[in-house]
Design a protein around this ligand. Structure first.
Ligand code: MEV
Length: 433
């Protein structure tokens, strides 16, 4: 039984080094990382050069930790890379609310990805479709010769489906789906290689010509789910009955259910959390984004990815389901030192575990946003951090950052010109110019 706790009151008040030390202890990262002035691993220029083309440097973003998560009874500290203020604080707060109700529960599908093959100029598409389906064993067997290591790990080709598209701007076409278990990888490389290897066989069987061969980012066979309860008392508003807090979140969710303009922003908030974990762990956040939004629109109408309900006891029950093609091996997950570090902090080995954590983060991030929007308006929390950023952009450093931010908030004018004027006045006052 793991007795480590992610509930660390006052984590935000510690110094960066103290936070790092606590994280290292929590994740049993070893003695080097637990030392007082320990440095975080960083991406070296040579490593960056091996990653992509035409490199001229590296680019830094804040790397932070969300606290308070308990998922399937296990506490987790969640690494996040994001530039937006309030996301990490909001997430940690919402995770605490769900923790009050027993924490997150999660499930996920097997890591099945879809590789697509477009087949054009097919003489008798309906009959060709049946010929391809009839050759399923041959196609799966052939695809499985490509990556024996993945097959040995329990992955590989699982199934095929063939769709007949009777009309398109260039006429009819067949689309073959190869369903492929990618185990702990995101899977693009494995799937793309597998579908490319089937070209000649598919052309022979169909009598047509193979066009595109590529993974689909609508990973709807690889869904992750999370749900949790927030006791109504945890949402009590000052001077209002506890039920009112629950009601306000339900009203906010209802808005997203009936209005795609709102659903888009609702889901953007969910992805604030999921993308930040994807980025921290070296995952392809664009693929995850694409899959999430396509899944949200699967009924033909764009819908929210979360659902909020009231339990018989009056508590708030939240749930989320979305495709999550995240890996713990391959790509930048191992080649980026900070991604490796993030995976160590999470203590995950398998992709499904990571996907389930990401789903929990998405749900909590949504709760944080809805609670803030429905109960106090989003600007209150945002304003202070925003004001600090504006102050820094205007050139404030050290103690001046908070002084400039406070004056702008008092004057209800958080703008770069205001920051510059205040900064100039403060510098004259303190004799620093
Ligand atoms: C801002 O990055 C995210 C929110 O707009 C999400 C939402 O409106 O639900 C606060």
């Amino acid at each position: 039984m793991d007795i480590k706790t992610s509930r660390i009151p006052g984590f935000y008040k510690l110094s960066v080094y103290e936070r790092r030390r606590l994280v290292a202890e929590f994740a049993s990262l070893g003695s080097a990382e637990s030392q007082p002035n320990n440095e975080m691993p960083a991406l070296e220029l040579e490593q960056a050069e091996r990653m992509i083309e035409n490199v001229i440097g590296t680019y830094c973003l804040p790397f932070a930790i969300a606290t308070n998560f308990t998922i399937n009874g296990q506490d987790r500290l969640v690494p996040m890379v994001i530039e937006e203020p309030s996301v990490v604080a909001g997430l940690s707060y919402a995770a605490r609310l769900v923790r009050d109700g027993g924490g997150f529960q999660t499930t996920s599908d097997e890591p099945l990805m879809i590789g697509q093959m477009q087949i054009l100029d097919v003489p008798n598409p309906a009959a060709a479709r049946l010929r391809l389906l009839g050759a399923k064993s041959e196609l799966l067997e052939q695809a499985n010769t490509i990556d024996p290591v993945l097959v040995r790990l329990g992955g590989g080709a699982r199934d095929i489906a063939v769709h007949l598209i009777p009309a398109s701007p260039i006429g009819p076409m067949l689309v073959l789906h190869l369903i492929y278990d990618v185990r702990d990888a995101m899977g693009a490389n494995a799937v793309n290689t597998a579908v490319e290897s089937l070209t000649a066989t598919v052309e022979r069987l169909s009598g047509g010509r193979v066009g595109l061969r590529i993974i689909s980012n609508l990973a709807d066979r690889r869904l992750a789910r999370a749900w949790g309860r927030v006791p109504k008392e945890s949402l009590a508003l000052e001077g209002l009955p506890a039920e009112e807090g629950v009601q306000r979140v339900l009203e906010a969710h209802a808005f997203a259910e009936v209005d795609p303009y709102r659903a888009t922003t609702h889901n953007k908030g969910i992805m604030n959390g999921i993308d930040a974990v994807a980025l921290a762990t070296g995952n392809d956040w664009r693929a995850i984004e694409a899959g999430a939004h396509a899944y949200a629109a699967r009924s033909g109408v764009y819908k929210p990815l979360t659902t909020w309900e009231r339990s018989a006891e009056g508590d708030l029950i939240g749930s989320i389901e979305l495709p999550l093609a995240a890996g713990t091996v391959g790509g930048a997950t191992k080649s980026h030192p900070q991604a490796r570090y993030a995976l160590q902090i999470l203590g995950v080995e398998h992709a499904r575990e990571l996907a389930e954590i990401m789903a929990s983060v998405g749900l909590a991030q949504n709760l944080a946003a809805l609670r803030a929007l429905a109960m106090e308006g989003i600007q209150r929390g945002h304003m202070r951090l925003h004001a600090r950023q504006v102050a820094m952009a205007a050139g404030a450093e050290g103690e001046l950052v908070d002084l400039v931010a406070d004056r702008m908030i008092q004057a209800q004018t958080v703008r770069s010109d205001a920051a510059e004027t205040i900064l100039k006045a403060l510098r004259v006052q303190t004799g620093s110019v």
